[in-house]
Design a protein around this ligand. Structure first.
Ligand code: UDP
Length: 232
């Protein structure tokens, strides 16, 4: 069974990743994922201002997910709404799991993901890119967050839904972030209604998809930072 865009049910859209594209940032990542385009940047760790927001035991992550006004055909209001704030908050919690924050008390790490073009699955693409930008910044990483959407469309359990699939009559759309290689789910959000049995299938499709995303993330890191000699 193929899909509206002729993919197999467990097939990701084409993903293209490049690290270090924003030279003014400490770390950055450009990511194309089907018709989604994301740029993620990292600035910091740097001293937290105002100081009362600092944590004396660890760095604070300030993650912001935003869609550019031109990212969709109906101009997106650039003022962050409830959706942007919720995505930023929960994705920030996921990133906290991936970084050894205790090394940088009283600091803040600013992480921004801007969606330049959107076709569903943007929060997953943004989180995947943000985690790579953190690695590019040389932050001490416990792992990478590999994120993807899975769900149901036209009666099939599918990986990486497009906007057309998200708009089908029976759509269920779940965003999953997995800390890899630990295989620990650090983000899960869902739109739609589903029973427990189908839910388990959707999660299983998502977790397998996240493993594929992880392989592409590792490849992108090795392209910029090739291993030498015995480590290769
Ligand atoms: N979208 C839009 N305007 C908005 C929010 C979303 O046109 O204000 C579109 C955009 O293409 C987005 C898709 O709807 O990728 C699905 O949005 P959703 O909230 O499900 O998040 P996503 O799947 O992108 O993580």
């Amino acid at each position: 069974m193929t899909r509206l865009d002729n993919r197999q049910i467990d097939q990701l859209r084409p993903i293209n990743i490049k690290l270090g594209v924003v030279k003014s940032a400490d770390g950055s990542c450009y990511l194309e994922w089907g018709r989604n385009i994301v740029i993620a940047t990292v600035h910091g760790p740097k001293p937290m201002f105002p100081k009362h927001l600092a944590d004396s035991t660890k760095a604070v992550i300030d993650y912001r997910y935003r869609m550019a006004p031109f990212s969709v055909s109906d101009r997106k209001n650039p003022v962050p709404g409830k959706r942007d704030k919720e995505i930023s908050l929960v994705s920030g919690f996921a990133l906290e799991k991936a970084i050894d924050l205790e090394q940088f008390p009283n600091t803040v790490i600013d992480i921004n993901s801007i969606i330049l073009s959107a076709d569903a699955g943007t929060r997953a693409a943004a989180l995947t890119a943000a985690s790579l930008a953190c690695a590019d910044a040389g932050l001490p990483m416990k792992g990478l967050v590999s994120a993807v959407a899975s769900g149901r469309a036209n009666g099939e359990f599918v990986l990486d839904l497009t906007k057309d699939e998200e708009d089908t009559f029976d759509a269920v759309d779940t965003a999953i972030g997995v800390l890899m290689p630990q295989n620990e789910i650090v983000l899960m959000q869902m739109d739609g209604f589903v029973n427990q049995k189908d839910w388990k299938k959707i999660i299983s499709v998502g977790v397998k998809g996240a493993e594929k995303v992880y392989e592409l993330q590792k490849k992108a890191i090795l392209e910029k930072y090739p291993l030498e000699g015995d480590l290769q």
